[in-house]
Design a protein around this ligand. Structure first.
Ligand code: ADP
Ligand code: MG
Length: 232
């Protein structure tokens, strides 16, 4: 039996006729499957954004919430490293202006306030759903490793713990995770846990046609999913 909170997320999207989940909904879903997500709150006003930031704690990140803006930074919809109230107010207005200019038809639902995660090793975990084979799980390192070098590993869901460890071993740049070239080590146990949580989520939620957690920041201990996109 699925947690009723999970059903609720999909029901809201369906009621609003949306073929995707907003970032905060996608992250809540990931959180319900045990993944480490950033603290998040949607603000509808500038004052609301300041209040949310005080609850979450500085530094924070501001992001657009709009059904027409799924690639948020391309549209000028992401501001990172906000450290004080005045900059929240400025950032809030700046994002609204950017979106009005770049995506004039966008309906703005609010601004997502979230905890700014420290720098870490960037990884990507994604999925696409094939009607014949089911859900694939993809793993790779962030940035050029996936986008240019296509250095990724794949499995079909569900995966076992051994499968997850193999996925980490199969990428060419796997040494990055071990702290090659003076980079900090990445917590592989946590990555394996996130892959297993992802597998469980995909099996239990056939509503998910595509998933893209990009990036997940991984530390010497622990990790944070800082962006998540789900297509229904
Ligand atoms: P997009 O929709 O453009 O993919 P993201 O949510 O991924 O937007 O934000 C763009 C970039 O901003 C991320 O790749 C990451 O580098 C940075 N970023 C976003 N959210 C956070 C966060 N909570 N903490 C730290 N960095 C973040
Ligand atoms: Mg992203």
């Amino acid at each position: 039996m699925r947690d009723p909170k999970i059903n609720k997320i999909f029901e809201v999207a369906k009621a609003e006729n949306r073929g995707f989940l907003f970032e905060h909904e996608a992250k809540m879903l990931c959180g319900l499957y045990g993944m480490p997500i950033t603290k998040i709150e949607v603000a509808r006003t500038e004052d609301g954004a300041v209040e949310a930031a005080k609850r979450i704690g500085f530094p924070i990140v501001l992001k657009i919430v709009s059904p027409q803006v799924l690639h948020k930074s391309d549209a000028g919809g992401v501001i990172v490293g906000v450290n004080e109230e005045k900059d929240i107010r400025e950032g809030y207005q700046k994002i609204l202006t950017n979106i009005k200019n770049n995506v004039p038809t966008a309906v703005i639902e609010g601004i997502l306030i979230q905890e700014m995660a420290p720098k870490g090793t960037e990884i990507i975990i994604g999925s696409t759903n094939d009607p014949t084979f089911g859900s694939t799980i993809m793993f790779g390192l962030g940035g050029i490793f996936v986008e240019i070098l296509k250095d990724v590993s794949f499995r079909l869901a569900p995966i076992t713990k051994d499968d997850a460890w193999e996925m980490l071993e199969e990428i060419k740049a796997k040494k990055i995770l071990e702290g090659a070239r003076g980079m900090p080590k990445a917590d592989k146990d946590t990555i394996v846990d996130i892959l297993l949580d992802t597998s469980k989520m995909l099996i239990e939620c056939p509503e998910i046609k595509e998933l893209d957690m990009n990036p997940i920041l991984v530390y010497e201990k622990g990790a944070r999913v800082v962006d998540a996109r789900v297509i229904l």
